[in-house]
Design a protein around this ligand. Sequence first.
Ligand code: NAD
Ligand code: IPM
Ligand code: MN
Length: 358
Amino acid sequence: SRIHNIAVIAGDGIGPEVVPAAMRCLDTVADRHGFVLRWTEYPWGSAYYHENGVMMPADAIRTLAEHDAIFLGAVGDPDIPDTVTLWGLLIPIRRRFNQYVNLRPVRTLPGVPSPVRGAENVDLVIVRENVEGEYSEVGGRLYRDQPGEAAIQEAIFTRVGVTRIAEYAAKLARQRRKRVTSVTKSNGIVHTMPFWDEVVAETLANYPDVELEKVLVDAMAAKLVLQPTAYDVIVASNLFGDILSDLAGAIAGSIGVAPSGNLNPEREYPSMFEPVHGSAPDIAGQGIANPIGQMWAGAMMLEHLGEEAAAREVVEAFEAVLASGIRTPDLGGTATTAEFTEEVDARLRALPRPEGTR
Ligand code: NAD
Ligand code: IPM
Ligand code: MN
């Protein structure tokens, strides 16, 4: 049968709680559809750092490159500076594997009320630039402990980088409602953004059937809350896309439901799938984390691997459980991670066998 080799990095905090929950449901659909997810778990992250002084071993990138995809929980530990955990694991993987698209769908889920009025039918996708922009490595701390002390970071936008993310957004919009909203800050202040606007407009000119709208990021934060149903594909720089994805996730009910795919569309390298949320140290160890973001990220991974039917079943299963009123506390319910997962898995196991499988 078909085998997909998956590297698993459960990581820190609630990562090791939601990752096995998602793996269990993914294994159930894999079995139903006659393929195998061959998981290889890597114990990298903050515990590994406490032992070894690094977040992952020196040859980690080479090791990960051998896999068809990477399934990540989260990294981040209150006892280690975020600069160490993030630059030691998450960011190098995104960059070395040229995962320049960070795809973040946000949808209203059945039985999950939005904290925002009139947000019953939200269905948007954030296409976040994932390897450059405000997250550049250029700059740093200067003159430490001296009177002229400073910190500098350059925002770097390249023509290649902006063109390809705009192109990805345009192609995605073609399969959806044919609207791209480009989020920017080009009113003369952030002087890299007029370049972003120019390149996005030039790229979208090749997609005359796709409508392009430009919105300043501060206004976008308000518009997303006031009229979240108005948006289809939102294309944004690394930092703006990061911020707007937590906002959009919360509008859909909780950031605990939001999935994300770090994609290398050319498939030269493995892509990485993870929830939008972090390690949530405030609830870690309590068994109450919402596993939906991780499950949905797993469904995106299956889709990427060509297992569309199995991916759909995972999403339909957690939607059905939500519709039945079972929810974790972040959505106002009382279910634990384990209880919610058991319900999803039970639904998957109860489905009739797909045609052509034993
Ligand atoms: P966070 O996303 O971890 O948590 C924000 C809030 O949302 C918390 O109150 C948390 O309890 C809640 N929450 C998050 N996921 C949830 C879930 N699945 N179910 C229920 N509630 C959930 O953001 P933070 O607190 O700002 O960051 C914590 C750490 O995670 C930091 O070290 C940060 O750098 C890191 N982080 C890592 C990633 C990643 O690995 N990709 C992403 C974001 C943050
Ligand atoms: C995310 C996270 C990361 C990001 C952090 C932890 C570096 O917030 O994946 O959304 O900003 O990309
Ligand atoms: Mn984020």
